[in-house]
Design a binder for this molecule. Sequence first.
Ligand code: MN
Length: 478
Amino acid sequence: MSKKVMIMDTILRDAHQSHAATRMRTEQMLPALPLLDEVGYYSLEGWGGATFDTCMRFLHEDPWERLRTLRKYLKKTPIQMLLRGQNLLGYRNYADDLVDKLVEKCFENGIGVVRVFDALNDPRNLQASMKAIKKYGDQIKAKDPTRGICEAAISYTTSPVHTLEYFVKLAKTYEDMGADNICIKDMANLLLPFDAFTLVKALREALRPETKIHLHTHNTTGTGDMVNLMAIQAGVDIVDTALSPLGNGTSQPATEPLVATLKGTEYDTGIDLEKLIPIANHFKKVAAELEKEGSLNPKVRQVDVNTLIYQVPGGMLSNLMNQLKKAGKEDKLNEVLAEVPNVRRDCGYPPLVTPSSQIVGTQAVMNVVMGERYKMVTKETRDLFAGKYGQLPMPVNEEVAEKVLKGEKRITYRPADDLEPEYEKLKAEVIEKGYYTQEEDVLSYASFPEVAENFFKWRKAKDEGVDSDLAKTGVYPV
Ligand SMILES: [Mn+2]
């Protein structure tokens, strides 16, 4: 059996999200698209919540138009996107009818593979989106087996409950829910190489042979290449890398070194290194442009070992330091770092990813700064204890829960069950405001209401002949 490894390149999404605040413009992608399409990647990641937001907020681009453009030039290679389960591309829970509509439009506009995840790993938060992905994806897959793919992702984290058994059980649950691929999503680069080997091996043994295992890590702490290589030896099917000009550091490990490493081995990617050279040359220029305009700080390319030492993701650590600085208590960092695992245990060990990393971090700072635990709590902490983000991996500390909730009702059902259908209502709003040009506008508006409205205003001004450069300079605040 061939152990050929496949690669998803993140150059069009996570690479510039990690290195350059998601600021790569469609016109900077265009010249490379026909070349990227010839490489032979499993997929090209090109879309997600941050690209969607940034397109409208900063780049004066319709994210849907970007997607259609990508699809026009990527004739062979599936475009992959990232979906935050019931939060879709935004930050709140959406009603199921909106989930269905958004997924339908993603496929219709050119998405081939949807990676869907929930920050807490609560399968109920993936129910509606996976149902929609299957509903629309299966029709596409019947004609083209490389598209219409449902990839369910596990948010990787470390804690006493996040054991091998836990992850295997979760992966099997997602497989039973209809996932074609299972992704290990290590967004904080917490996964260490030997653990990656053990985890992939266990998943490979437990999952059906046709289920693909896809690994997503970063190179923030400098372990990324080793993580990928160990996972490959354990039988992973697909790994994520980014072409070298925007690879490594906070981004994915670079593509070219892995292709060269595997060449001629049983894991050979089949990718011709020569084909990557002109593409890398193009993105070198793009990276230089992004650096020049101030979107890319070269520091993101450095190895940051803080996560290895403090066991918290890099972004969370800098948030903690900022909060302490504001409170004038920078000397309390060690106490806060010791409090983080306590808070995490109290609220049932949520993975340390957005949004729970911010909730746990802020609460740990409050507990230390106030000198009494849970004397002050944020609304988000209360909502987490109340089950409003979904089910936590473990039961919460009841004593703490009483203090935090103060009699507030807890929910044990799927959070989105409380929501009334909302698509038609939002559509009527967009029409009434005079911005409606396509069904996709309703989804943009649902995802980022203010940002979308400002974008629509700008678009209208442009379409009606107002000087768009003038519009850009602040006639319409963006
Ligand atoms: Mn990532």
